[in-house]
Design a binder for this molecule. Sequence first.
Ligand SMILES: [Fe+2]
Length: 193
Amino acid sequence: MMLKEIDFPISLNFQPESGMIEPCPQVTPRHLSDLRMMFQDHQAVEKILEVEDRLIYEIRYYPFVTSHSDMALAVTKIFPGIIGHEYHMTKGHKHERPDQAEVYYCVKGEGYLLLDTLEGDFRAIQWNAGVVTHIPPMWAHRVVNTGNDVLVFMGIFHLSAGHDYDIVASKGFSYRVISVDGKPKLVEQFRNK
Ligand SMILES: [Fe+2]
């Protein structure tokens, strides 16, 4: 197939230590109030919210829009911390399009990438700087920061993949990552029907 229009390369500057990209047309902060239903200990959530709406993570986003095929880059920075006994984490989502995969790259920090089909299959990938993981289509994905420093990761996906957060909020992941004696532990959880 001959493409009539030509698109030109786009380069960004990425700072691995800070998780900044330049240019950065969109920054999305996720506060505790945005994740109220994601953490298990609702009492702990409400107690913290009485004092502050803690910033849990932020996403820097760049859409590579071309005339024929669109991709996107998202750099997420998860701040360290615990809600109840549960480590700071992303909301988690499944792609709306069932044919869309994603590549995640852990740039800095330590934690887990949780992968869950929400239909019985689950994987917890231990993550530290340098690990690159391919997330196949149909797997919900969530990143948990178990370290004392920020966790920075990069996601590269097709712009049309779509993000379904509601299915994660209603079904939940099969396991949570909690702190036991200061160390991360995976704990199976009862799944909402
Ligand atoms: Fe994704």
